[in-house]
Design a protein around this ligand. Structure first.
Ligand code: PRP
Length: 215
């Protein structure tokens, strides 16, 4: 059996749709269900729904062979060596990691002064501003990051922009683009060797579907 750790929510729903197109059906999965573990109808695959930031941990420890998780989560975890490999960009769950703020904050970004940055992604923000040679004070927030500039906690934020609705409704805008984000398939390194054939079939199946979508 191949075990998947899935980020619960939109990514999990999307992956179940893709699997259905590969004739892997999971009849007992319902979007509204609170159940955490599902088995495919053919009994060949097991799926569990985890908090996105925990998916790499399950795959790292080999509890799951395969993980589906956003690139933002992969970038967020520490740089220590991991027992998993990122094998495929699944091309869904697309969004951008951006520096955002009020229009005028552009001046602060280019002023040479220390920039106060609120973010859920301190590692990503730190690396980006180091790379672009700017001094920052990073303030870690856990959600509703857009509040940072609105209430004067920070000059800018580093956050995910998907539709742009949250920025727009709060009078903020994208000032700089940091990275493109999408869902990635990660595989435990030992599983890649031990279950080579089954996992290769899966990767080929996904590749085929992604190719079809490009047409
Ligand atoms: C994310 C992100 C932005 C928003 C972007 O937050 O941190 O706030 O979605 O989406 P949009 O461009 O489509 O508006 P999330 O909804 O995960 O909630 P959070 O702020 O509590 O982390």
């Amino acid at each position: 059996m191949i075990t998947f750790a899935l980020s619960k929510g939109r990514l999990a729903n999307k992956i179940f749709q893709l699997l259905q197109n590969m004739n892997i059906n999971v009849s007992d999965f319902k979007e509204t269900s609170r159940k955490l573990i599902f088995i495919s109808d053919d009994q060949k695959y097991r799926f569990f729904l985890a908090k996105p930031s925990d998916v790499p941990t399950y795959v790292d420890y080999g509890i799951a062979d395969v993980g589906v998780v956003g690139k933002d989560t992969i970038l967020t975890i520490s740089e220590e060596k991991h027992n998993f490999s990122e094998v495929l960009d699944l091309s869904f769950g697309k969004c951008k990691m951006c520096v955002c703020g009020f229009h005028d904050a552009k001046n602060i970004l280019n002023s040479g002064n220390i920039i106060r940055v609120a973010t859920k992604y301190p590692n990503i923000a730190k690396k980006y501003f180091e790379k672009t040679n700017r001094n920052v004070e990073i303030i870690k927030l856990n959600g509703s990051v857009e509040l940072g500039p609105l209430v004067g906690l920070s000059d800018v934020i580093v956050d995910i922009v998907e539709s742009g609705k949250t920025l727009k409704e709060n009078g903020l805008e994208i000032l700089e683009e940091v990275d493109n984000i999408s869902a990635r398939l990660i595989i435990n390194n030992a599983s890649l060797k031990i279950k080579y054939q089954e996992i290769n079939e899966l990767i080929n199946g996904f590749n085929q579907l992604l190719g079809d979508n490009d047409d």
